[in-house]
Design a protein around this ligand. Structure first.
Ligand code: PLP
Length: 285
């Protein structure tokens, strides 16, 4: 596999990052994951815009401009022959000479940038989308700026492991009795035809897929309510689903052991998945 590291395209086993890199030492970094369908980038403009926002919120200098960024994405997709899969991008605050909590001067220590691809044939035809996934709820103990897409993914990884141990697929995180989001996705329920998903704020990541899905839902005359909801409300819902760049729209059929609706993917989730795949493929770059 060819990867991109700080201006160079290299075989993955030749790519190197300093042990002093603040991404490694302090999780001082941000990332984006853009999916690839038909060899093209899905929702690239949204991911690029969120990357800029994350960088601004953390006073982190992006080492490339947006034209270069799309070029690097496209070149890696081409070099690695990706038809369906993902491009992972990470920017960290570089490698100062010594470990120090204070940010280094960005003129002296440039940010690091790394991109690689993941080949996922069959991504759009995922078997899980046909059966739906099962989730448990766990307490959300992450930091207070979840709107920034940082590489601090330890708690979401622990949540995924708690789910695995419980014999299910994923976890929904709950704060002050309300669902925030999934470990790596936004969470939704459907009740009496209305799609309900938590409002944006510092408590959740503004999903690029969320943004597109809510737009498509409204264009299809579906009702959308952006507000928080409880696990009890979710258990009582007609449908549940999650969205992310790597899973698109994924039905949820069980929460904390309680079957949702018929225990199979519901019509709203199925329809939104179809619309999302169709429309985002048309707009892919
Ligand atoms: N919420 C969290 C915590 C995530 O990690 C992700 C994606 O990784 C999402 C939501 C979904 O965001 P997107 O649709 O931009 O992939």
């Amino acid at each position: 596999r060819t990867v991109y590291v700080n201006g160079e395209y290299l075989p993955e086993n030749e790519a190197k990052i300093s042990i002093f890199d603040r991404g490694f030492l302090m999780a001082d970094g941000i990332y984006e994951v853009t999916s690839v369908l038909d060899g093209k980038l899905i929702d690239f403009a949204g991911h690029a815009a969120r990357l800029e926002r994350s960088a601004n919120e953390l006073d982190l200098a992006l080492p490339v401009d947006m034209d270069e960024l799309i070029e690097i994405h496209r070149k890696l997709v081409e070099l690695n022959g990706i038809e369906e899969g993902m491009v992972y991008l990470q920017v960290t605050r570089g490698a100062p000479a010594d470990r120090d909590f204070a940010f280094p001067d960005p003129d002296e220590v440039p940010s690091s940038i790394v991109l690689f691809t993941q080949n996922k044939p069959g991504l759009a035809e995922s078997p899980a989308a046909k059966t739906g996934i099962k989730v448990i709820s766990i307490e959300d103990v992450r930091w207070g700026r979840r709107d920034i897409k940082t590489v601090q993914l330890l708690y979401p990884s622990m949540g995924k492991m708690m789910a695995k141990k419980a014999g299910v697929d994923d976890a929904w995180m709950v704060e002050e009795g309300k669902v925030t989001e999934g470990t790596s996705n936004n969470a939704y329920i459907v009740k009496n035809g209305t799609i309900i998903t938590r409002h944006l704020g510092n408590e959740i990541l503004a999903g690029i897929t969320r943004n597109a899905v809510l737009r498509f839902a409204q264009e299809a005359q579906m009702k959308v309510e952006e507000r928080s909801f409880t696990i009890d409300e979710a258990k009582d819902a007609d449908e549940a689903f999650v969205t992310s760049a790597s899973t698109f729209v994924m039905p949820v059929v069980e929460i904390d052991g309680a079957q949702i609706g018929e225990g199979t993917p519901g019509p709203v989730a199925k329809r939104l998945r179809e619309i999302y795949l169709e429309e985002s493929r048309k707009a892919a770059v």
